[in-house]
Design a binder for this molecule. Structure first.
Ligand code: GAR
Length: 204
């Protein structure tokens, strides 16, 4: 039986596209029940609809207070019955209700805890890695808690930084790694093979 997921996004939706491709090829035992965006102009919403997935926006800019945005978002997601929430380029902090502890995943385009936290997302991570002169970076899939890029790490792998890299070339190499790690982590969850012990996640 496939597990049911909600995908939360804010932007172009390449992460969602990859997951939909994996599902279509039978590599991921997941049904995406809905896509919810924090921006009404996110292209990811269109990608979802093109694949017959209900898609809606809870536009963060419409809310003066984060708490109200967060409540509205959970209200929308709560309309679906889901086992797992998958953050796919979702650029906001989220509260984590008890029933979703270790049931929300995120992919970060770097090696957490380096180059992560508030304001460190997307292309900015790769610019920071290059500016610092780091020789390796990578991708991290982790469970989400109520701090930015902070919950228990599920899968994490390195990507080399090359001498002639620009933020764009580095981003492309890291995103290729994300496209490999994220479905792997979600499939482990779907198969009930992840055990969390404090900060450590064991794949059985
Ligand atoms: C990915 O590189 C992902 O790691 C990053 O957004 C990109 C995908 O966006 N997410 C973060 O930085 C979250 N902290 P997209 O799926 O909208 O194309």
């Amino acid at each position: 039986m496939p597990i049911n997921c909600a995908v939360l996004l804010s932007g172009s939706g390449t992460t969602l596209e990859n997951l939909m491709g994996c599902i279509a090829r039978g590599e991921l035992d997941v049904t995406i029940q809905c896509a919810v965006s924090s921006r009404r102009d996110a292209y990811g919403l269109e990608r979802a609809r093109n694949n017959g997935i209900p898609a809606e926006a809870v536009h963060k800019g419409d809310y003066a207070r984060w708490e109200d945005f967060d409540a509205a978002l959970w209200d929308r997601v709560g309309a679906y019955s889901v086992d797992l929430i998958v953050l796919a380029g979702f650029m906001s902090l989220l509260s984590v209700p008890e029933r979703f502890v270790n049931r929300i995943m995120n992919v970060h385009p770097g090696l957490i805890p380096a180059f992560s936290g508030k304001g460190m997302y997307g292309r900015r991570v790769h610019e920071a890695v290059l500016a610092y002169g780091a020789k390796v970076t990578g991708a991290t899939v982790h469970f989400v808690d109520e701090e930015y890029d902070h919950g228990p790490i599920i899968l994490q792998e390195c990507v080399p930084v090359l001498d002639d890299d620009t933020a764009e070339t580095l981003e492309a190499r890291v995103q290729a790694k994300e496209r490999e790690l994220y479905p792997r982590a979600i499939q482990l969850f779907a198969e009930g093979r992840l055990r969390v012990e404090g900060r450590r996640v064991h794949a059985l």
